[in-house]
Design a protein around this ligand. Structure first.
Ligand code: BGC
Length: 255
């Protein structure tokens, strides 16, 4: 049990990578606050898995792009469990369309959830952690696309690129408080965010050709890395992105 008596918030924990992380933290002993928007049945499924791990969990509906809702999310975590040790900024959205046609309101929405969200949650969580005085862990789920451009996905890439520098900067500001800040940069992980690719054999084949290990990653594999970064063993790691991408970022085709 690497996270006994810890309290964690995982945003976007109703599905995909967020759900796997919530369950993995719980199975290491942490109490988990499951943040979600609009998918209460799936959030309940996450809660059931947390209960099966023998620890406590609650779900809170909070839109990470809304400062008041984020404040309430942290207050509810502390109200229920007395403190906050770990924040996992996982909630994210993606919408692919050529740049020339990309609607402005969608750009704003993606930046709001994928970049402003982590900012707001990290600030609210860090203020609480500083008050407690025992350090803490902030883990942001970024993407290979914090480095790698992806045509038709400009707002998502811009948000993840921003998250890269947000992490590096606040890691320095929070280091004196023993709060570490790290990004996980997943590649192609088999989750609902990629349902367009999963449903199209040609797109899937094209994607697999970009991955040296030749397969999708599993949410549980990403969750293992999150558990490690949340644990005491990772106390000296801060301000970095840790990629888990089957070698995708190193791909040089047949050269
Ligand atoms: C995106 C996926 C994409 C993957 C690899 C992820 O960040 O959400 O749509 O398939 O990166 O390119």
């Amino acid at each position: 049990m690497r996270l006994k008596k810890r309290v964690a918030i995982v945003t976007g924990a109703a599905t995909g990578i967020g759900q796997a992380i919530a369950v993995a933290l719980a199975s290491e002993g942490a109490a988990v606050v499951v943040d979600y928007v609009g998918k209460s049945q799936l959030a309940d499924e996450t809660l059931q898995k947390i209960a099966a791990a023998g620890v406590q969990g609650i779900s809170v509906e909070a839109d990470v792009s809304d400062p008041a809702q984020v404040q309430k999310l942290v207050e509810q975590a502390v109200g229920k469990f007395g403190k906050l040790d770990i924040l996992v900024n996982n909630a994210g959205i993606e919408f692919k369309q050529p740049f020339l046609d990309f609607p402005f309101d969608l750009w704003q929405k993606i930046i709001a959830v994928d970049l402003t969200g982590p900012w707001l949650c990290a600030q609210a969580a860090a203020r609480q952690m500083v008050k407690q005085g025992n350090g803490g862990r902030i883990i942001n789920i970024s993407s290979v696309h914090e480095d790698l451009p992806m045509p038709t996905n400009a707002p998502y890439c811009a948000a993840k690129g921003g998250l890269r520098m947000l992490t590096r900067t606040i890691a320095l500001e929070l280091a004196p408080h023993k709060i570490t800040v790290n990004n996980i940069g997943p590649g192609a992980i088999y989750t609902p965010i990629d349902k367009d690719v999963e449903a199209d054999p040609n797109m899937e084949k094209q994607l697999m050709a970009e991955i040296p290990l030749g397969r999708w990653g599993r949410p549980e594999e990403v969750a293992e890395l999150a558990v490690f970064l949340a644990s005491d063993a990772a106390a000296y790691i801060t301000g970095s992105t840790h990629f888990i991408d089957g070698g995708m970022l190193r791909m040089a085709g047949s050269l």
